[in-house]
Design a protein around this ligand. Structure first.
Ligand code: ZN
Length: 342
């Protein structure tokens, strides 16, 4: 019998201290050149192994090859001036960061992550997932001095992302996930043009596609923002009907310890749902029983066949040790839930 639940992570995992600065969103690498490349591989292999040992069935490289989930994709794109840093409020001014600036037409001459995808594929027999930033989120994390507006720039990024995603599928990746945390900050724009850009990004892909929309990493700015959102976080209510009509296969949702009304899952009747059953705060390590309970309660709103137990978001800013324990709880809790309903 096919396995009922296939657990996954949302994507990023922490970088160990011998690879980069720890518990930071934009950490500095601890090495350079070939030595750094080897360390990245070693770290990715460690996480691939840790996921397998924990019983996770959809394996990622934990984003060990890139410095940040958005800027890692941008590093080799032409048309971006990295010396022209602009101080910009991102995610609707939730935080201010120094970002590079688009000053010419965007162009991509080579694959950005093909080698990383090839490495991941060579290290596991299980299903693989590779994450890319979504076009709207990229456009919200870079300054624009070239295109008419953010929407036009996002559409250009979407074309480059589509080309990259096709390359990654050809390397044998099973699921390409686009991370669109910006959707939750720009509800109107997400529907007006964010999903159009997403359709361009996934156009013609032969592997499965996923969209991850979250309330952000478990860092202070996000935790403070969440406090302003009230008793019920209903942002998904606005987004999900549009996403359900799209060609995306899988949709993620923050569920563990969040104030998202779980019945919002019902707005995605035609999609697989990656329900976050592990929170991404560093000071709470879920038990397997807790994960099991989260999965069972998600089943009130989604059939088991469409449910993918997942983490709420990436775990990049927490410690390696805590992330490993969370992976174990995810794998173990998933196994317990499967047993309980079988
Ligand atoms: Zn996230």
């Amino acid at each position: 019998m096919a396995k009922i639940f296939k657990a996954a992570t949302a994507g990023s995992l922490p970088k160990p201290s011998w690879l980069a600065e720890t518990e930071k969103l934009w950490p500095a690498w601890k090495d350079s050149g070939d030595a750094l490349t080897e360390k990245k591989k070693e770290s990715a292999a460690m996480w691939i192994d840790a996921q397998e040992q924990s019983g996770i069935d959809i394996i990622s490289e934990g984003e060990q090859f890139r410095i940040h989930f958005v800027h890692g994709f941008l590093e080799t794109i032409e048309g971006i001036n990295w010396d022209k840093k602009t101080s910009m409020g991102i995610r609707n001014d939730r935080y201010v960061v120094e970002v590079p600036t688009v000053t010419e037409a965007l162009k991509k001459s080579e694959s950005i992550h093909a080698k990383d995808a090839k490495f991941l594929r060579s290290k596991t027999e299980k299903l693989t997932k590779f994450t890319l930033p979504g076009p709207m989120t990229i456009s919200d994390t870079i300054a624009n001095e070239f295109y008419a507006d953010k929407a036009e720039m996002a559409m250009e990024f979407a074309k480059l992302l589509n080309d990259e995603a096709k390359t990654l599928c050809n390397e044998g990746i099973d699921i390409i996930q686009f991370d669109e945390p910006a959707f939750n900050s720009f509800l109107k724009e997400s529907i007006e043009w964010g999903m159009d850009a997403m359709e361009v990004a996934i156009d013609g892909l032969e592997c499965k596609t996923a969209i991850h929309i979250c309330y952000g990493y478990g860092i202070e700015e996000n935790l403070n923002w969440k406090k302003t959102l009230g008793d019920q976080w209903r942002q998904y209510e606005n987004l999900f009907p549009a996403i359900n009509q799209s060609n995306i296969d899988q949709v993620s949702l923050e569920f563990a310890g969040s104030r998202v009304p779980p019945e919002l899952m019902r707005l995605l009747p035609d999609k697989e749902i990656m329900a976050g059953v592990i929170s991404v705060v560093g000071d709470h390590i879920e038990t397997a029983e807790e994960v099991e309970k989260n999965i069972i309660s998600a089943l009130d709103h989604v059939e088991a066949e469409r449910l993918i137990p997942c983490t709420n978001c990436g775990m990049a800013p927490i410690s390696v040790d805590v992330a490993k324990q969370k992976l174990q709880a995810l794998g173990e809790g998933t196994k317990r839930a499967a047993k309980r309903i079988s």
